[in-house]
Each structure stands twice: as C-alpha cells, then as structure tokens.
Design a protein around this ligand. Structure first.
Ligand code: SAH
Length: 350
C-alpha cells in the first residue's frame, strides 16, 4: 500500500473524489499531514473518512525505533522504522542559520563504495517519496522544530531511485506543505551519469554534490565500483553539462583515506582535473571541495588521514585556486555517519 505522504495535492484530491468526499477536505488533510498531524489524530476529519482512507493507503508516519542525541553538539540521529519493519536513518544537525536534516533515499544501497557502511548489506528496496518526506515530518514533530535545509546524504543513492526522489523534491517544495525552497536542498550522488543528465533537464535549482573521492580511474574503481560503469571523464562531462544547463555550481565531496587518496600528489591531480574539465573558456564553474576525513567503519580497514596530511591537501588545492573546506564532524559520539546505526541495529537482532 502506498503511503499517504507520497501523494501530491492533486492526487489526494483525486482519492477524496473516489471516496465521495468533498474536494476542499483534501487540502485540509494535506496541510495537517505535512504539519505533523497523523490522520488518526485529526479532529476535523470523521471516522468514516479516516476508515476509507486507511483501507486505501498506508497512513502512518515513520516510527522512532531509536533516537541518539550527541552530548557534544546536540546532533540527533534517528533510526526510523517503516510500515514493513525496514529501518532507515536520518540525522538532524543544528547550525547558526537553523536546522538541517540528512535523509535516506533507499533501504540499503547497491553502489558498493568500499568505505561506506550503508552498502554492506546491499539494497533492500527504494523508498517512496512519502517515506523520504516522512523522515522530515517525523523529526520536526518529535523535536518541535522547523527544519530549513535538507541534504540527501543518508542511506542510499538518490539517483538510483530517480522518480521517487524527484517526486519528493517537488513535495518538500509544496507551498501548502513544508515549503522548503529548492535552494535549501542538496542532493549527493556517487555519479550515475545518465541520471545527472536527466536531472539537469528538470532544471530544479537544488545543489548537486558529487562524491568523487579520487581523481584517477584506477583509485576510484578500487574504492567506488560505480566508476567501472561511468568513469571520471564521463562524470566530468556530465558535471560540465549540468552547470551549463542549470547555472548551478556543483560541490565535490572527497573522503580522505590514509595511504589511498590523501597525498599532495593526489591533491594536485584532483585540482588539475577540476580545473581542466570545469574551468575552461566556456564554462567557468566556481568549484568547492568538501574534504571528509573518512569515518572509520569497523567492517572496513580504511583509516582516517592525519591532521598534517589534511592540511597539506587543502594547501595544494588552494595553490591551484580551488576552495576546500574540511567537514566539521557533528555527532561523532553517536555514529552519525552513513548507515552505521542501521547496521549496528541489524547486528543486534539475534
Ligand atoms: N549515495 C550518495 C549519498 C550518500 S553518502 C553519495 O554517494 O553521494 C553521503 C556522503 O558520505 C558521500 O560522499 C559518501 O561517499 C560519504 N561517506 C560514506 N561513508 C563514509 C565514511 N565511512 N566516511 C566518510 N564519508 C563517507
């Protein structure tokens, strides 16, 4: 059964017509759902209507199975349980300008990045649009806050669940719903090239982040199997085209792994690649690189680069005119990175 949060206002109106309810009620229900009021809690909707809707749709929000609050910075990590008992993770972070949520887009992931905990058990299924949206609504309700920014950097590869993710982007932007502007939404991808072209055609002013993690094909293939299908050159072509079509700059994520991709030579290769492919005469993309010292996952042997290597990496990039920042680690005490909590929870099931 499809989740009621997956419906656009028009689709909900259509369902209300089907069950002989007046159209104006659908707006009432849509607005309340997106404010965090579950169907069963609504006092202005009759029991008959609720029953009819419940017979057609899954009307539940994601349930909070676990909630961890960082003692260091207040970051909150949720393990949400969906109606079919599958679990996903979301993280809420507080910044000066407001709250940001990191949402999951799939149950598990099939991309196989070697350093990532989300992919260890493969992909179970895609999330519906409403299950992605439900993470935001459930977190806002639990914390009694308004979330202003969304990053799609949780479990899953968003572009491997393209239609549901695009529907989610449109839903989160609904004026009668959460009304979060596209400019406050980032989508992170490991580089599914054909879908980057498809996304650019939609021309949504979201921020696209590309998880690059290596500047040569041999190293990237070793840590990111997706590179065997879409190599770095084809990915750079797609990034360039994305910028030319949408005018939106792309940010690059680069996880620093000791002895794998973190030398001064690696930094130069990265800077030269980005300059050569994205900053020619025609397209001069402002480039930003986010450096992330790898979070050590116990199932993998990757070790985080030391502070000196990180500093040197930043310096080399700056010499080539590329701005780089080292990602602040929020929620370090609560396993806040990608897939670690779902993994730990699955292990605890006998
Ligand atoms: N599938 C998408 C989004 C999810 S991951 C993507 O690949 O971009 C969000 C970011 O966290 C990605 O850049 C990913 O490569 C990175 N990441 C995953 N595991 C990590 C780890 N153990 N340490 C540091 N970064 C990690």
């Amino acid at each position: 059964m499809s989740n009621i949060l997956s419906l656009t206002p028009d689709e909900l109106r259509e369902i209300m017509n089907q069950i002989d309810e007046p159209g104006y009620r659908s707006k009432q229900i849509f607005t309340q759902l997106h404010k965090g009021i579950e169907l069963r809690e609504m006092t202005n909707v009759g029991n008959k209507t609720k029953e009819k809707l419940l017979s057609l749709m899954d009307c539940a929000f994601p349930g909070i199975k676990k909630k961890l609050v960082s003692q260091i910075d207040g970051t909150v990590k949720y393990l949400f349980e969906l109606s079919d008992k599958n679990c996903i993770e979301s993280v809420v972070m507080k910044y000066e300008h407001g709250y940001t949520i990191c949402v999951s887009s799939q149950v598990g992931c099939r991309m196989g990045c070697r350093f990532c905990a989300s992919t260890l058990m493969g992909r179970v299924r895609n999330l519906e649009a409403g299950e992605i949206l439900g993470q935001i609504i459930a977190a806002e309700k639990d914390l009694n806050i308004r979330i202003s920014n969304v990053v799609m950097m949780g479990i899953g590869e968003p572009l491997d669940n393209f239609e549901n993710v695009v529907k989610f982007l449109r839903l989160v932007n609904e004026p009668d719903g959460l009304n979060i502007g596209y400019r406050h939404i980032s989508l992170s991808s490991c580089g599914i090239v054909d879908k980057i072209y498809e996304l650019s055609k939609l021309n949504l002013p979201i921020t696209l982040s590309i998880s690059l993690h290596a500047a040569d094909d041999a190293t990237r293939c070793e840590i990111m199997p997706v590179n065997k299908k879409w190599n770095i050159e084809s990915l750079m072509d797609a990034c360039r085209s994305y910028y030319e079509v949408t005018g939106r700059r792309i940010s690059f994520e680069y996880t620093l792994i000791a002895g794998k991709n973190d030398t001064a030579g690696d930094a130069r290769r990265l800077g030269e690649l980005l300059n050569r492919r994205l900053r020619g005469k025609k397209a001069h993309m402002p480039i930003h690189v986010n450096l992330i010292p790898v979070n050590e996952v116990k199932e993998t042997s990757f070790k985080s680069s030391g502070a000196k290597a990180v500093r040197e990496f930043v310096n080399e990039l700056e010499k080539l005119g590329i701005r780089a920042t080292v990602r602040r680690r929020l929620g370090a005490d609560i396993n806040a990175s990608c897939g670690q909590l779902r993994r730990a929870d699955a292990e605890s099931i006998p």
